[in-house]
Design a protein around this ligand. Structure first.
Ligand code: HEM
Ligand SMILES: [Fe+2]
Length: 488
C-alpha cells in the first residue's frame, strides 16, 4: 500500500515536470533539470509509474479479497505474497533505471531492448523486465486461484460471481502475454497490433470486469446489496463490456495498414462501448444511494464515494471523451493531439486511479478496525483530485486539443503539432493554464498522503466523541465484514 501511494506521488510529480517542459523547453523554472532528467525520461516514467501503482493496488486488492472470498487462507500464502512483492519491487526499480540508461544512450540497441526501453508506449519496459512481470502475474494468478478455489468448490450462493471474478483475474494475467508476441525487429504494424491487445483489452475489457466484480463483491460483503442481484448486474455488464470491447480493439489500428472491413468492425463495436458506460450513469446514482444506505456504517462512506467518482469518470472520461476521438473520421484528424491526453487522464486516472485509491481505502478501513477516521484530509483529497482533474482538462487540454483539431482539419495534422502552431501566444497561455488544475490536483494528492501517514502516526483518527456519526452501534456491524476485520 505504502509503495503504491509512494509511486503515485512520484508519478504526479513527474507529470508536473513533464507538463512544465512543454512550456519552458528544457528547464524547470530556470533549473536545467532536463540535463539529468530529459523529457523522454520523465514522460516514460510518468506513464510507467502510473501503470505500476495502479497495478500494485489491483494485485494487492485481489490478494486481500481472495481469502475472504474463499473463506480461509491457504498454507504458504503469506510467503507467496512476500515473494511476489519482492519481485514487483525489482521489476519496478530495474525497469525504470533501464529506461533512463536507454534514453541516455548508455546501452546498445540490443541491450536496450532487453533491459532498457522498448520504445512502445505503455509497454516501454525492457523485454527482460517484461518477462519478469509476466512471471509475476502468473504467480499472482496462482495465489489468487488457490485462495478463491474453496468458494468455487463448496458451491456457495455467489458461486457465479466468484467464477466470473476468477475468470477476469485469469484474463488479466494471461493477456499480458500478448505483449511478448513481437520482437525488436518486428514490423511496426504487427507490434502495434499486439501492443493494443495488452493496453486496450486490459483497460476496456478485463479491468472493467475485475473492477465491477470487486465492487460487487465488496457491496455484498458489506451487506449493501443482495448477492443474487449483484451477480445479475455483474453478468449483464460484463457481457456488454466484452461484446463491444473485444472487437473494439481495432479502433487503435484504423490507420495501421488495416483493411477497411476491420476499420468498420472497430468503429462499430467501439462506438457500442459507450452503451454500458452510459448505463453506469444510473449505477452512479445507485451507488450514491448505497452511500446513504451505508450511513449506519458510515465508516465506509469515503471509499464508496471514490467508487461514485469511478462511475462518473467512466461516463465522462471513457464514454464521452473516448467517443470524441473514436470514430475513424475523428481519429483521422485527431490522432496524437491534446484530445488524447484529455481522454487518457480522465479515463485512466478517473476510472482506474480512483478505483485503486477507493480499494486501498477499503483495505485500510478494514485494517484499522472500528477506530473512527478523521475525515477532513480525505475529503479534501477527494474533491481536490476530482476538481483538479476536471480543470486540467477543461481549462487547458481540451481547448488546446480542439484548437489543434481545427488546425488539423484546415491545414493538416503536421501543422496542428508544429511549433508554429503550439507556440502562438493564445495556445501558450492555454498551456500555462494547466498549472491551475494540476496544482489543485497536487494539493489533493498531498492531502491523501497526509491522511495515509496519519493512519500510522495517529492524526487521522478522530478522538472519541468528536464525531458521533462516525461511531458504530456496537451490534450494528455487518457480520461478514466484521469477520474480515478481526482477521486483519
Ligand atoms: C476506462 C476505460 C478507458 C481507459 C482507461 C482508456 C485509456 C486510454 C489511454 C491511456 C489512451 C491513450 C493511448 C495513447 O496515448 O496512445 C487511450 C486511447 C484511446 N481510447 Fe481509450 N480508454 C478507455 C475507454 C475508451 C472508450 C470507451 C473508448 C471509445 C468509445 C476509447 C477510445 C480510445 C481511442 C479511439 C484511443 C486512441 C487515441 C489515439 O490513438 O489518438 N477509450 N485510451
Ligand atoms: Fe481502446
Amino acid at each position: 500500500m505504502a509503495v503504491a501511494l509512494a509511486l503515485f506521488c512520484v508519478q504526479v510529480l513527474l507529470g508536473a515536470v513533464t507538463a512544465h517542459y512543454t512550456v519552458e523547453g528544457d528547464g524547470f523554472f530556470g533549473i536545467p533539470l532536463s540535463k539529468v532528467l530529459p523529457y523522454a525520461v520523465t514522460r516514460t516514467w510518468h506513464v510507467q509509474t502510473g501503470i505500476f501503482w495502479i497495478a500494485t493496488a489491483f494485485l494487492a486488492t485481489g490478494l486481500f479479497l481472495a481469502p475472504v472470498i474463499g473463506g480461509e487462507e491457504p498454507k504458504g500464502q503469506r510467503l507467496g505474497v512476500n515473494v511476489l512483492f519482492g519481485a514487483l519491487l525489482l521489476v519496478v526499480t530495474g525497469s525504470l533505471a533501464g529506461e533512463w540508461f536507454s534514453i541516455e544512450q548508455k546501452l546498445g540497441l540490443d541491450a536496450g531492448f532487453w533491459f532498457g526501453h522498448q520504445g512502445y508506449e505503455y509497454v516501454d519496459l525492457g523485454r527482460a523486465w517484461q518477462i519478469a512481470l509476466y512471471v509475476g502475474l502468473m504467480l499472482w494468478l496462482f495465489l489468487m486461484l488457490r485462495a478463491i478455489a474453496p468458494a468455487l468448490r463448496k458451491g456457495r450462493a455467489n458461486r457465479q460471481m466468484v467464477g466470473l471474478f476468477s475468470a477476469s483475474t485469469v484474463a488479466i494475467g494471461l493477456f499480458y502475454g500478448a505483449g511478448l508476441m513481437y520482437g525488436a525487429r518486428t514490423h511496426l504494424t504487427v507490434a502495434e497490433y499486439w501492443r493494443w491487445w495488452v493496453v486496450h483489452l486490459w483497460v476496456e475489457g478485463f479491468f472493467e470486469v475485475f473492477a465491477t466484480g470487486a465492487i460487487a463483491f465488496l457491496f455484498t460483503t458489506l451487506g449493501l446489496v443482495k448477492a443474487a442481484s449483484a451477480t445479475r448486474a455483474f453478468i449483464a455488464s460484463t457481457t456488454i463490456f466484452l461484446v463491444a470491447g473485444i472487437p473494439g480493439t481495432f479502433h487503435h489500428i484504423y490507420f495501421a495498414g488495416t483493411p477497411m472491413s476491420i476499420t468498420a468492425i472497430g468503429a462499430t463495436f467501439s462506438a457500442l462501448e459507450v452503451v454500458p458506460l452510459v448505463l453506469l450513469g444510473k449505477e452512479a446514482l445507485d451507488t450514491l444511494r448505497m452511500e446513504k444506505r451505508a450511513d449506519w456504517m458510515s465508516r465506509y462512506r469515503w471509499p464508496i464515494r471514490f467508487f461514485v467518482g469511478v462511475t462518473f469518470w467512466n461516463l465522462v472520461g471513457a464514454g464521452l471523451f473516448g467517443f470524441l476521438i473514436n470514430p475513424p473520421i475523428a481519429l483521422y484528424y485527431m490522432q496524437g493531439l491534446n484530445t488524447t491526453p484529455v481522454h487518457g487522464h480522465t479515463a485512466l486516472f478517473g476510472v482506474y486511479g480512483l478505483l485503486s485509491l477507493g480499494l486501498m481505502l477499503v483495505i485500510l478501513r478494514t485494517l484499522t478496525g472500528t477506530r473512527p477516521w478523521r475525515n477532513g484530509a480525505i475529503s479534501l483529497a477527494f474533491w481536490a483530485m476530482n476538481i483538479g482533474l476536471a480543470l486540467m482538462v477543461l481549462l487547458s487540454l481540451l481547448p488546446v486539443g480542439l484548437a489543434q483539431t481545427w488546425a488539423s482539419v484546415e491545414h493538416g495534422l503536421w501543422y496542428a503539432r508544429s511549433a508554429d502552431f503550439l507556440q502562438q501566444p493564445v495556445i501558450e497561455t492555454l498551456r500555462w493554464m494547466r498549472m491551475i488544475g494540476d496544482s489543485i490536483f497536487l494539493v489533493g494528492v498531498a492531502a491523501l498522503m497526509y491522511f495515509a501517514i496519519g493512519l500510522k502516526t495517529g492524526w487521522s483518527y478522530a478522538p472519541i466523541g468528536e464525531d458521533e456519526r462516525e461511531r458504530e452501534p456496537a451490534d450494528g456491524r455487518e457480520p461478514a465484514m466484521a469477520a474480515v476485520e478481526t482477521r486483519g
